[in-house]
Design a protein around this ligand. Structure first.
Ligand SMILES: C[S@@+](CC[C@H](N)C(=O)[O-])C[C@H]1O[C@@H](n2cnc3c(N)ncnc32)[C@H](O)[C@@H]1O
Length: 230
């Protein structure tokens, strides 16, 4: 009985609080897109990879689990592969694909004590991985390196490599913001159009404040059943 009264009191307090003052939402779970400072989106990050400062945020978005298999396409120095390795654990795999042998060799040296990271030399027009072998295909600042005429085909290939419930994540510099750097960037609209053409559906895309880079996450179109007729 006492428990029930306490519960009722707690519910009542929640109702009163919500009615009397604005409901606050944890910024951990939800962030307002309202522009409160005209300068809030201006570039604050420095260097070629400013988004690396947001790696915790990116990894939270990816929500990797032990045992997951990921392909990090254009892994470079292995910055992301190393971080992802902690989440997928020893039972998971991070294929760190690179087109430059020198970078593959360096990653092999660097990740000797992380056997779940597997650096390898990949072709330029695909991952070289088997069908349905990965939960996530991840391209951080690599998309603009892909052959401009072959991007839709590349994304179609990734749909084969990624399992039906898997995801595609792309981090890119937002071309339309910074025209001076547009050769090392991709317009978000262009990426979404090409991904949709290849059979991916965007579930979230977000500009990373102060970075001029966005993160875009897609799932396979096949996950969606037909809409019920109205
Ligand atoms: C700008 S770096 C990004 C490194 C890393 N992903 C990051 O965000 O920190 C792009 C990398 O993609 C690699 N690359 C270029 N074309 C590629 C392709 N077709 N497949 C895989 N990697 C590619 C380059 O060798 C380079 O290491």
């Amino acid at each position: 009985m006492r428990r029930i009264s306490l519960l009722l009191m707690a519910i009542l307090m929640l109702i009163v609080t919500a009615g009397g003052s604005p409901v606050t939402t944890s910024t951990d779970l939800w962030q307002s897109t309202r522009v409160t400072d005209p300068k809030q989106h201006q570039l604050t990050g420095t260097g070629g990879y400013p988004y690396r400062a947001k790696s915790d945020y990116v990894l939270r978005e990816l929500d990797l689990r032990p045992g997951d298999v990921v392909v990090d396409i254009g892994a470079g120095d292995g910055f992301w592969a190393e971080r992802m390795a902690k989440f997928v654990g020893k039972k998971g795999t991070v294929y760190a694909s690179e087109v430059e042998q020198r970078k593959v060799n360096r990653m092999k040296e660097r990740f000797g004590d992380l056997p779940q990271v597997k650096p390898y030399l990949c072709p330029t027009d695909g991952t070289g991985l088997a069908e349905n072998s990965c939960e996530l295909a991840f391209l951080s600042k690599t998309y603009h390196h892909l052959d401009a005429d072959g991007r839709v085909d590349y994304l179609r290939h990734l749909r084969q490599v990624v399992r039906p419930t898997g995801r595609l994540c792309v981090i890119e510099r937002y071309a339309n913001i910074d025209s001076q750097r547009s050769s090392h960037a991709t317009a978000l609209s262009q990426l979404v159009k090409q991904a949709e053409e290849a059979g991916w559906i965007a579930v979230r895309y977000e500009l990373m404040t102060g970075m001029y880079h966005y993160i875009a996450i897609f799932v396979q179109k096949d996950l969606f059943g037909p809409e019920s007729a109205r």
